[in-house]
Design a protein around this ligand. Structure first.
Ligand SMILES: *Cc1c(COP(=O)(O)O)cnc(C)c1O
Length: 504
């Protein structure tokens, strides 16, 4: 037996090794409102709901009431009419999975699909969130990815529209996309989807609760309508654990058409236990994040959200202007909402360019954690650039001057240094280990756990004595490897990296 005080001391010590969740130095994953009162309110709501099972809102009536009120808040914010109904889910991924599952069931019902018939397509820009790749893999839907303009990160409406057809179960557009903060052309695509009788999902997981309150005249304001005000939008996801400032574990999925939404549900009364009737993927589930999100939306109201969002708009505009003024860097496209993607300025002479991954690592030296995003090749062969990603939150404003100063100094520190050669790093790494070259050619050779672990060890990514403060160390070499190696091999190595963190 361990005394509660000792257990909690240990937890405090473990938490001290984490990246800082508050204060604006971690520019991804966390959404610090900067309002301690909201964190306290959320904690109290979590505590009140801790023993409840969200599985059964007929037994726990509180769940039905707070879920309905939370969904109604979202319906109001996203201009949903009486024909729109919704559900709280455990997060953006679950909302996206359910949007695909619903559309697939609706498509199957509509087309009279039977097992053995070809699977439907899901049409989306290459920038669509990875959750839709997961959905396609889980729900037997064929992903049909449409290239975006590499300089803006935006797909052309006509390219998406050209892919519509009777075998399309769902088109997905983002408001905005995670990688480049691009607002996809929602009205044009929705109009065509409506005419073609194809469902359209707006993934507003990250941007929804910020864009809805964005000051109309500020930079980063949406250039057009993107929610249920647009005819043809059949579903929309928005995460409360992002710009709803709730603890992790809550998102909403809204669906147009009550009968259509019923395809989201799963019910069975055919097993010997209690009848199972679920609108979401989980069975027993916590209602705590739901209650926290509900409490925060009640406390903030529309005016409170507007106030926090005004800060997002000011900080984002300052970062966009600040980065644009740094020689050798550029902002990708026109960020819509509170995110910025930073790329190398290819118009600058090579010796004046700033590599975004080296810059991101240098930012770490100034106490700011910026996310590295790999370059990628689209289906048409065009290349999307390596970028660094910043998610802006209300507290960003408190460290804004420091962030801008660090951005300039980090650029000065790495200007003219070339992007790391991932191919050379890979050749050195795999050659030394005797890994078969086939592993490089598409991952045809299945790597076992020990070989994968040995590769990670040779790369210095696991097995070294851990220095919590230093974290993983520079990430630019890791991203260079991710860019150079075939995706199946990278994916296998990343699985081993995360699994090793849990097991070894
Ligand atoms: C975060 C995000 C998701 C997935 O959400 P999780 O809450 O991380 O599961 C989906 N789409 C977009 C655009 C996102 O940014």
């Amino acid at each position: 037996m361990t005394a509660p005080a000792d257990i909690l001391d240990r937890l405090t010590a473990l938490r001290a090794q984490d990246a800082p969740t508050h204060g604006g130095r971690l520019l991804s994953y966390v959404y610090d409102s900067g309002r301690a009162d909201l964190d306290e309110l959320a904690a109290s709501a979590v505590r009140a709901m801790q023993p409840v099972n969200g599985l059964d809102p007929t037994t726990f009536r509180s769940v039905a009431v707070i879920e309905r009120e939370l969904v109604d808040f979202a319906r109001e914010v996203f201009h949903a009419g009486e024909d729109v109904t919704g559900t709280a889910t455990s997060g953006g991924t679950e909302s996206c999975l359910l949007a695909v599952k619903t559309a697939r069931e609706a498509w199957r019902a509509r087309t009279g699909w039977t097992p053995g018939d070809p699977q439907p397509r899901l049409v989306a820009p290459t920038t669509v969130h990875a959750a839709f790749r997961k959905a396609a893999a889980l729900f037997d839907v064929e992903l049909d990815l449409v290239p975006v303009d590499p300089s803006t990160g935006r797909p052309a409406a006509s390219d998406l529209v050209a892919r519509l057809g009777s075998d399309v179960a769902l088109v997905v557009v983002s408001a905005p996309s995670y990688p480049f903060a691009a607002l996809d052309p929602v009205p044009e695509v929705a109009a065509a989807a409506l005419a073609a009788g194809v469902d359209l999902h707006v993934d507003a997981c990250i941007g929804g609760f910020a864009l809805a309150f964005w000051p109309e005249d500020a930079a980063g304001a949406p250039a057009h309508e993107w929610d249920f005000a647009v005819p043809g939008v059949t579903s929309l996801s928005a995460d409360l654990h992002k710009y709803g400032y709730a603890p992790k574990g809550v998102s909403v999925l809204l669906q147009r058409g009550r009968d259509r939404q019923r395809h989201q549900w799963f019910a069975t009364s055919a097993w010997p236990g209690y009848p199972v009737v679920n609108p979401t993927l989980l069975g027993s589930k916590s209602a705590a994040p739901l209650a926290a999100a509900w409490a925060i939306t009640q406390a903030l109201g529309v005016d409170g959200f507007r106030e926090l969002t005004a800060s997002l708009a000011r900080s984002t505009a300052a970062i966009v202007a600040g980065v644009a003024a740094i020689e050798g860097l550029r902002v990708v496209g026109t960020p819509t909402g509170p995110m910025v993607a930073v790329a190398e300025d290819a118009d600058a002479p090579a010796e004046r360019r700033v590599d975004p991954h080296l810059w991101a690592d240098a930012m770490g030296g100034f106490g700011f954690a910026v996310q590295l995003q790999p370059a990628s090749v689209q289906p048409d062969g065009t290349r999307l650039p390596s970028t660094a990603h910043l998610t802006v939150t209300p507290v960003t404003e408190r460290v804004l001057d420091e962030l801008l100063t660090a951005s300039g100094r980090a650029a000065d520190a790495v200007r003219g240094m070339p992007h790391l050669d991932g191919g050379a790093i890979a050749a050195q790494l795999l050659g030394g280990l005797g890994v078969p070259p086939e592993a490089l050619a598409g991952g045809a050779v299945p790597l076992d756990s020990d070989t994968a672990f040995a590769i990670l060890q040779a790369a210095g990514l696991v097995g070294a004595p851990t220095d919590a403060a230093a974290g993983l160390g520079p990430l630019a070499p890791v991203l260079a490897l991710v860019e150079a190696l075939p995706a199946p091999l990278v994916e296998r190595l990343l699985i081993e990296l995360l699994a090793a963190g849990l097991e070894r």
